[in-house]
Ligand binder design. Structure first.
Ligand SMILES: CC(=O)N[C@H]1[C@@H](OP(=O)(O)OP(=O)(O)OC[C@H]2O[C@@H](n3ccc(=O)[nH]c3=O)[C@H](O)[C@@H]2O)O[C@H](CO)[C@@H](O)[C@@H]1O[C@H](C)C(=O)N[C@@H](C)C(=O)N[C@H](CCC(=O)O)C(=O)O
Ligand SMILES: Nc1ncnc2c1ncn2[C@@H]1O[C@H](COP(=O)(O)OP(=O)(O)OP(=O)(O)O)[C@@H](O)[C@H]1O
Ligand SMILES: N[C@H](CCC[C@H](N)C(=O)O)C(=O)O
Ligand SMILES: [Mg+2]
Length: 495
């Protein structure tokens, strides 16, 4: 007959109205993906309630519907006329997260997650690199896809639970035992990772971003705190960067939830205490103490914020069971993450071009300040702000560049469905002296052309991205490639 694996609602931890049972052949949150036997999760959305699509899911042969009272109300007529099993719960997103975990079953034995406005991808990658250096089969999961012992592309930083658990089960089947994942604020607010068993959770920092999605900064904080007060079990460990806005509050939230906390920072109360950083042209020396015992390691990474991220990764690896001394010994082998303070090209006159993913006011300020000790001349910054995203951060991004760069060039960064010149105008409010060059390739060429001996150029905002999204179309675009092209064109012309 059929070899499609099925599960009962009870197998998925769900109870239908009237005790109805159903054999489920798959899960879907989008009605357009429903096939015969699928459980369709009709979720409350930001634009529309998924309940509107229940009738369509029924026509496609859904065997069960998971929704809330509102979804059941919207589709009351169709549901009454159908033999489908209906599960009504208060929080269908959380129920879906647990059902997806039960559907796919396996996940890597040891998992950690990291949240924060900036630094998640970096911490997740460093944690994976530490594990790999210790001989473990490890991956990081997030903005740059699944990387490490097993690789796969992802469309989101924290995928919705069906994709997430499919990926975790496939990774486990490939022999991956350790995984470090990013927990975005959207992912936490939508409970995408509530079904994941985590040994530890990390926090990097909290500054402005995504206030188009979260009602205000407190709600944004609460979403991030959900990693500690909801997702991590009581035997989990929290690794908290203290030297940052809301670090103490996040630590309190973790302690109130009964978690053990590893504090990271410069203060005396920190278990992983940053004692000093010395910068040179290829990296930095990091001096720190672990429970009072002093360590010093060489990092081939540009920018002091990378040391902060490394210490959070160190805390996560220790929290998840690795031996501290063995973890410290791996650190000189850490490699920078693609598009994070990446040296993309060098001009014949020695001036360097860096590509970085700074796309928030704090990240721009941090990245520019991090470059300053490496630059004797001027710091030039090519940057822009994304369309269909938090508008409130645009002027603040301009202000960060006005404050920390010597020359600013405002350009486009994924205008999406907005008018690019409107976005640039909002950015320019924060840096009226900057030059406006809409075309990003031309902006990069202008920035590279301006480089004199001792200067450096920071191309910010796109990092590892390989496309420029204008309207609904993604045009191929790579900052690292454009930097090389510009240097070759200008220096080739000069020689
Ligand atoms: C803003 C946001 O996070 N939206 C997510 C949310 O959708 P929504 O609430 O807006 O959905 P909606 O359009 O109102 O529709 C409601 C429901 O009806 C369903 N539907 C809709 C149309 C249809 O024909 N049939 C159907 O079933 C939808 O699947 C949805 O479940 O719930 C959906 C189902 O779980 C997600 O797929 C969707 O993520 C979209 C794709 C998205 O782009 N999210 C981005 C912003 C995101 O999550 N980014 C974060 C953070 C990045 C960062 O840190 O910088 C990330 O983790 O990537
Ligand atoms: N600890 C930090 N403090 C401040 N800024 C940072 C820190 N770490 C990274 N950044 C800045 O943020 C940029 C993005 O870093 P990263 O990709 O690691 O963050 P992320 O949190 O994963 O971002 P996203 O929300 O897009 O997934 C870096 O290129 C750098 O400019
Ligand atoms: N995950 C972030 C990435 C932003 C990167 C930047 N290039 C932009 O498009 O704004 C977001 O979607 O808000
Ligand atoms: Mg990321």
């Amino acid at each position: 007959m059929t070899d499609i694996p099925t599960k009962s609602l009870a197998d998925l931890g769900l109870t239908a109205q009237g005790g109805a049972e159903a054999r489920v052949t798959g899960l879907a949150v989008d009605s357009r993906l429903v096939k015969a036997g699928t459980l369709f999760a009709a979720l409350p959305g930001s634009k529309v309630h998924g309940g509107e699509f229940i009738q369509y899911a029924l026509r496609m042969g859904a065997s069960a519907i998971l929704t809330d009272a509102e979804g059941a109300r919207i589709a009351a007529e169709e549901l009454a006329a159908s033999p489908v099993a209906v599960v009504v719960v208060e929080d269908p997103r959380a129920a879906l997260a647990y059902a997806a975990a039960l559907w796919f079953g396996a996940q890597p034995e040891v998992m950690v997650a990291v949240t924060g406005t900036n630094g998640k991808t970096s911490v997740a990658s460093f944690t994976r690199q530490i594990w790999e250096a210790l001989g473990l089969q490890a991956v990081n999961i997030g903005t740059t896809g699944v990387e490490g012992a097993w690789e796969a592309p992802l469309a989101h930083t924290t995928p919705e639970p069906i994709t997430l658990h499919r990926v975790l089960a496939e990774a486990a089947a490939q022999g991956v035992t350790h995984a470090a994942m990013e927990a975005s604020s959207h992912g936490l607010a939508q409970k995408r990772l509530d079904g994941v068993r985590l040994a530890a959770g990390g926090f990097t920092n909290l500054t402005q971003d995504h206030l188009d999605y979260h009602a205000d900064f407190d709600e944004y904080f609460s979403a991030k705190a959900g990693l500690f007060d909801r997702v991590l079990g009581e035997d989990g460990v929290a690794v908290i960067q203290m030297d940052t806005n809301r670090g103490t509050e996040m630590c309190n939230a973790a302690e109130s939830a009964g978690l053990e906390v590893i504090r990271v920072g410069r203060g005396q109360e920190c278990h992983l205490r940053l004692l000093g950083l010395r910068f040179d042209s290829t990296g930095q020396d990091l001096r720190f103490a672990w429970n009072g015992a002093v360590q010093q390691v060489r990092l081939e990474l540009i920018g002091g914020f990378q040391s902060e991220n490394v210490l959070v990764a160190v805390g996560l690896a220790i929290a998840a069971g690795s031996d501290p001394a063995e973890v410290f010994a791996t650190l000189p082998r850490l490699q920078g993450v693609r598009g994070r303070m990446q040296l993309a090209a060098t001009r014949e006159n020695g001036a360097a071009v860096f590509v970085d993913y700074a796309h928030t006011p704090d990240a721009l300020a941090t990245a520019l300040q991090a470059l300053r000790p490496h630059v004797m001349g001027r710091l030039i910054c090519v940057f822009g702000a994304g369309g269909d995203r938090d508008q409130g951060k645009r002027k603040l991004m301009g202000e960060a560049v006005a404050a920390h760069a010597d020359v600013g060039i405002v350009t486009d960064d994924n205008p999406r469905t907005e008018d690019p010149s409107d976005i640039r105008a909002m950015v320019l409010q924060g840096c009226p002296e900057a030059t406006e060059v809409g075309d990003r390739a031309e902006a990069i060429l202008r920035g590279v052309d301006a480089l004199q001996p001792g200067d450096a150029l920071l191309i910010a905002g796109k990092g590892h991205e390989t496309g420029q999204t204008v309207g609904e179309v993604v045009y191929p675009f790579d900052d690292v490639e454009q930097a090389s092209v510009a240097v070759a064109a200008l220096d080739g012309h000069l020689t």
